[in-house]
Design a binder for this molecule. Sequence first.
Ligand code: FES
Length: 349
Amino acid sequence: MDTIPASGSFGLGLSKRPQCDGECGDCANASRLALNRVRPDEAASPTTQGVRREFRRLQSLTGVLLLFSSAVGTYLLATDPSLWLLAVSHAIGLVIIVFLDLVLGLYSLASSKSAYLPSIAAAFLGFVLQLGDIFTAPQYGMTIPYFASYLFGLRAFDLLLGLQLFVVMLGVAGRPQAQYLARRKTRAGRELDYTRRSFIRAFGALAGLVGVGVLLGSVKLPAPVQQGTKVSTTTAVTSGAGSIANVNLLRVGTPVYFDYPAGYPNALVKNSDGSLTAVSMLCTHVCCQCNYDATSKVYYCPCHGSVFDLAGRVINGPASTDLPTIQLKVDGSGNVFPVGVSNPGPCQV
Ligand code: FES
């Protein structure tokens, strides 16, 4: 409830009050209640009014920052295909954060007190998840330092992180006002529900929501099998046990795909002079899997557009490092075996 001054006798009968001289804000407040039939929780002392104004300002700023954060998150989702191609679960987690920021931003702008704690909880959650992303690097075949340098190199990522942190700091800055209002036991105070338990509850609920989204995004759907497409990336043209191909069966300039080591996709090509070249298909930028473009005879990365020639050399960035090459051994019958990896890239090949 907004402050009903301690000296007042609201609710006990105004007739018992000492004579009002009109100077006291409390009496003026009580008189306003009596004359205008203002509900008790709508009355406020000058102090409370000031606190409420201050709190409203903080909430408005929080709302603006959350909306900005939602816009930056949307920009990231729209402009970084690697989120969808490499880390769908992260993309879905970010979609949920963007949605939460949008809703809580609007509620905060509308000065809804019930949005205060969830806004801080959502921003804190977003901040923690963004930093946590860095530690999922091994899941995508990258080292943590390499992935961290990539993420912190993205301006939108940094901005998003900064905005989430700023909202958390605003929440902390508004703590005295929130505590003051919550202590009033008014409708506004109840709506604010400023307790540690409420914060933990809000954080848990939001984390659960994001967790469900991330889990759904982690479900691997079976890849659609098209007519004539090989399902396996291993051994496409071979005639010897354990080999990935036989030189005599290979067509010049047409790649054959194989895994080496297990789980790492590569391509083998027979050159026009009869020599062989095998390269990793994992792009050296952020480890998305490249595709072979039969028209241009290049490997093309669908994430950010890097292009490599059949020998794995960079033609177009953002990748700046050539694809790792696979060392090969050919036996007397022409069977080809992978035996090692030269110049391993950031994808831990
Ligand atoms: S992962 Fe970025 S261009 Fe390949």
